[in-house]
Structures are given as structure tokens and as C-alpha cells.
Design a protein around this ligand. Sequence first.
Ligand code: SF4
Ligand code: SF4
Length: 137
Amino acid sequence: MKKLKVILYFPPDKTDRPFSYYLVKDYDLVFNILQAEVQPGKRGRLTVELEGTEENIERALEFARQNGVEYRPFNKNIVRNQGECMDCGACIAICPSGALYMDPIDWKLYFDESKCLVCELCLRACPVKAIDVNMFV
Ligand code: SF4
Ligand code: SF4
């Protein structure tokens, strides 16, 4: 099984289609919506994590493309240098997805990569540059 994060771009005339339903039903994918900016009649954007066999993910993305929905896979991820981090929490307030959070028991910062949108806002918020971005192909 493979997991892939992609941003799907919907043209205005496609935002009312039950697209996620088709991906789940026809391609047997787990479809996890991380962020949605969709309004009827306007260009929409969904950031999703797809989980399924490599073949089904490829077929589903081809289905998307043929239906006018463009996509862009994430080609970078966020890395945190735990040695540098002071657990100050400044990055938590800025994180739109809840990927960065403080454990109320040990008051340490934790990072849930599966929720990360790679928006890079936390890089700017960190006073000691303990967060970085990794590019990959
Ligand atoms: S890049 Fe940073 S601020 Fe943006 S979602 Fe990921 S952890 Fe949160
Ligand atoms: S802003 Fe930087 S130092 Fe503060 S908790 Fe986040 S990663 Fe750690």
C-alpha cells in the first residue's frame, strides 16, 4: 500500500461533483481530506492524502485528469530538529492543520506529519530555526 499527498484543483464547473465518492468506490482508496477550499461555481482546491495500491492511485489520478481536475503531488516535507527545539509553542499557533501540537503531560512539541500541509508557515514562526523543509523527487 502507498500513501500520497496531492493538491487537487477543480475547475468551477466541477466543484459540485462527488469526486471523493468515485475515488473511494471505484479505486478502493482511503481519501483523507487535509484542507478544502471549495465553493460552488468557483475554482476549488482540495489537499488530500490518498492511500491504496500504487496502481489504483495512478488510475484514480488519471481519472481526475481526464475529468478536468488537475493535481500536484507534494514534493517536499517538513522536518523538525528536536535538538534545537525549545518547545516554546510559537509554531502551534500558526499551524493551520493541527500537525504541530503540545502534549499537555510533558509540555513537549509533537509533529503529526500525516496532517501537515507543507505550507511552511511554521518555518517563519520558529525563533531558533528548528524547522526546515526537505525537497525530494
Ligand atoms: S508546514 Fe508547518 S505550519 Fe504548515 S501544516 Fe505543516 S507543520 Fe503546520
Ligand atoms: S517554534 Fe520552534 S522552538 Fe518553538 S516549539 Fe516550534 S519548533 Fe520548537
